[in-house]
Design a protein around this ligand. Structure first.
Ligand code: GLY
Length: 330
């Protein structure tokens, strides 16, 4: 990616103090720069501390602008460091993966992993802007594109028109703005996730558990990266299938939607590499999920129909196990 394209888009915001937090794999040289090796392991308090130290060492003031260039690890971490440094300075995200373009870099969720839990510590604070440069997509390995496609499918399930447009992975670069428009509309209604923004968590209760579990497991699958964690969008896709199964059982969702999404999963994502022996750990992880609002009760967003999410649903352990049975036997 040509740096001048990034600078051109940033030009309305540039000011005396600009600091760049950049994924080290991108080979970008913008100064002053803090380079991050973007793994889930590095999405940690230690890395945030190092960013704070770096900003203090440069005497960055409250007028600073922080520009985060990278995927979700970099934008979540950089956004969190910016939101806490001197009680918060402006930041802009320049997402470089499909996943971060369609989800992580928009909407102001920032944070880090903590105690083995994904995104357990963080704040919601909006970036000044999120700059989408679809040319980045040409540089991505296919599994990164597929991972982003998991969040695209989730968002399409929340909007009848987007779902009707079809879900061709090939032309996704052309549809990023449509997907983002759906997310932005939801976030604008409920920026701090008290209500309808929870719709965006569809697939994420089971998905985060699958992701959390994989972080602890030995690396055995080609899908795994970094600490051995399954890529986020893959975990979301597995979560979608399990949670659409729950939606069929509990809310009468049309089974055809479950069939279509299951087909997309098997065709593009393959099957999860966990199974029946992991149920207890998966359910324990769901019980620890930050989205829960009562101790011991697991919170889900489910779907009554495409475009009709139902937030704050619960399910019994037996129902969850039945949904996992469906997922693991596909
Ligand atoms: N990733 C879901 C949200 O931003 O609310």
């Amino acid at each position: 990616m040509d740096i001048s394209a990034i600078l051109h888009k940033l030009s309305p915001y540039l000011r005396e103090e600009v600091y760049y937090i950049v994924d080290d794999a991108l080979g970008i040289d913008l100064q002053p720069q803090f380079a991050i090796h973007a793994t889930e392991e590095n999405k940690s308090l230690q890395t945030v501390t190092r960013i704070w130290d770096w900003l203090f060492s440069l005497h960055a003031t409250r007028c600073a602008l922080i520009v985060c260039i990278g995927g979700g690890v970099v934008t979540d971490l950089g956004g969190f460091a910016a939101s806490t440094y001197r009680r918060g300075v402006d930041y802009i995200n320049v997402p470089t993966t499909l996943l971060s373009m369609v989800d992580a870099a928009t909407g102001g969720k920032t944070g880090i992993n903590y105690g083995g839990l994904k995104n357990a510590i963080g704040v919601i604070r909006q970036p000044l802007d999120t700059i989408i440069l679809p040319d980045w997509l040409d540089t991505l390995p296919s599994e990164q594109l597929i991972s982003g496609f998991g969040e695209v499918i989730k968002t399409a399930l929340l909007d009848k028109d987007l779902w009707k447009q079809g879900l061709g992975i090939e032309e996704i670069g052309l549809r990023i703005e449509d997907v983002l428009a759906v997310k932005r509309r939801i976030v604008e209604q409920d920026p701090t996730e008290q209500d309808i923004r929870k719709a965006l968590n569809l697939g994420h209760t089971v998905g985060h558990a699958v992701e959390g579990l994989s972080i602890h497991q030995t690396q055995t699958s080609p899908l795994q990266r970094g600490l051995g964690g399954v890529l986020h969008g893959y975990a979301v896709m597995y979560g979608l299938v399990a949670e659409l199964y729950l939606s069929v059982v509990k809310l009468g969702l049309d089974r055809e939607i479950l069939r279509q999404v299951s087909h997309l999963m098997v065709t593009h994502f393959g099957r999860p590499n966990c199974g029946c022996s992991d149920y207890d750990e998966l359910i324990a992880l769901m019980q620890d999920d930050k989205k829960n609002e009562q101790v011991g009760q697991i919170n889900f967003t489910l779907l009554k129909a495409v475009g009709e999410p139902v937030i704050n649903c619960t399910a019994t352990e037996a129902e969850i196990k039945e949904a996992l049975d469906y997922l693991f036997t596909l």
